[in-house]
Design a binder for this molecule. Structure first.
Ligand code: SF4
Length: 424
């Protein structure tokens, strides 16, 4: 019988695959774990500990029911992921978890499970020596510090003894610090990259080779500048695997690229070395003032230039926008509509998202702006024609719920560099 269960879901799959690889490489026997996406299987197995990982958007789903059922059975519940890091007190006090993992999980999870095993799966004062945890001990809130894994490539992306794969995380951290985004505050501002030989080694297990990175064209770079030779070296090194029949998808799902990095030289590399002819970029707004306000550090002209180049080189641009940004006026929204129209006329696709004030970001306490009638009509019309994708309308409801959650339970988030700048 497994005493520890891992509650896998579609959304936490990639994170847990990487964490299981890290656990195993530190000597943890994975056959001791029940790893499943089937909650009923976990419930029936009566494990002593259950590991969860989730985003704030998921806390209104089945999560609370599952927690309630497991707690009645006396299981110790551990939460990791973006919500637990940004709102540990809410995770413990309101959602009902016993321990929140704060930061990058590779080392802290191994130490935590080892300590729990030797303490009979109870919270003891020994946990206070493990960096990266929040929990209550004798009624006192304990936070042991933010866990950082600077050289995350010390750990393999996949476990050996369990047949699980996912897109490989090749780069961690992002220097841009967009105010709506959790990545730099949880993974740090400095980009770190998995070495090429390791990427090649583990890519062998994928049929379609896909990667996780905040900006696929920044591979090998400290972050904000292009290192073409490093990028080329990675793509070249993957070519023998392509020749064996695998396809290489780079700069598209589940990653994307920054618009300023879309240049003839980067597109030429993709033509020579990759199989995708779609490329995803983030535009976010058609208004330079909004781009400045959200700290995107690029302008509308970079988006237009990127789209022009993509069309010229035969790529279909897939361009993300956020609508309902804080302090977005009708005029700002009109500018976004103009840019979306221009992209669609060029043959590109638009993906529209409604602004969500995510905890742990500088914009966590900012209010979304209502959509103008013009924007609502435009999005509806274009979606009906299949020109715009995205879940902006469902996200409006979700955004309201997150805003209410933050108003009610705001807490200073735990962050990679200590604090998060507050803008609103
Ligand atoms: S949105 Fe992208 S570029 Fe901006 S901080 Fe997040 S990961 Fe970095």
């Amino acid at each position: 019988m497994s005493e520890i269960a891992v509650r896998m879901t579609k959304r936490n799959h990639n994170a847990f695959v990487h964490l299981l690889g890290a656990l195993e490489s530190q000597g943890f026997e994975l056959d001791e774990l029940l790893i499943t996406k089937d909650f009923k299987e976990i419930f029936r197995a009566r494990p002593k500990v259950v590991l969860y990982s989730f985003f704030t958007e998921e806390i209104w789903g089945s999560l609370r029911d599952e927690v309630g059922l497991l707690k009645k059975r006396g299981a110790l519940l551990v939460a990791g992921g973006y919500h637990a890091i940004a709102m540990p007190k809410h995770t413990l006090n309101v959602l009902g978890f016993d321990i929140a993992v704060i930061g990058e999980g590779e080392e802290v999870l191994y130490q935590l499970l080892t300590a729990l095993k030797s303490a009979g799966y109870k919270i003891t004062k020994e946990l206070a020596n493990i960096k990266g945890l929040a929990f209550y001990l004798n009624g006192e809130f304990v936070f042991t510090g933010f866990a950082k894994v600077e050289d995350f490539w010390r750990f393999p992306p996949y476990p050996e003894s369990v047949r699980l794969i996912s897109p490989i995380e090749i780069t961690r951290g992002c220097p841009f610090g967009c105010y709506y985004c959790q990545t730099p505050y949880i993974k740090g501002f400095r980009m770190r990259h998995r070495p090429i030989d390791q990427i090649v080694k583990y890519s062998r297990r994928m049929k379609d080779m896909r990667y996780i990175t905040p900006n696929a064209f920044a591979y090998g770079s400290p972050g904000a500048i292009l290192k073409l030779n490093k990028l080329e070296a990675l793509l070249k090194a993957l070519q023998p695997l392509r020749k064996e029949g695998r396809r290489l998808f780079y700069g598209t799902f589940p990653s994307e690229v920054r618009p300023e990095f879309v240049l003839p030289e980067t597109l030429e590399l993709l033509i020579d070395y990759a199989d995708n002819r779609r490329l995803a970029i983030g535009a976010q707004s058609g208004d330079d003032a909004m781009l400045k306000a959200m700290h995107r550090l690029h302008r509308v002209e970079h988006v237009q230039r990127a789209v022009e180049y993509m069309i010229e080189y035969g790529f279909e641009p897939v361009v993300d926008f956020i609508v309902g940004l804080p302090n977005e006026t009708e005029e700002s929204q009109r500018r976004s509509i103009e840019l979306m129209k221009w992209i669609i006329a060029k043959g590109g696709k638009v993906r529209a998202h409604y602004f969500m004030p995510l905890p742990g970001t500088p914009w966590a306490r900012c209010k979304p702006s209502p959509l103008s009638n013009e924007m609502k009509k435009f999005l509806g019309r274009m979606a009906a024609k299949g020109k715009i994708e995205g879940a902006w309308s469902n996200q409006m409801e979700l955004s309201r719920k997150i805003q209410k959650l933050i108003e009610e339970f705001y807490e200073e988030p735990m962050a990679y560099h200590g604090g998060v700048k507050k803008i609103c």
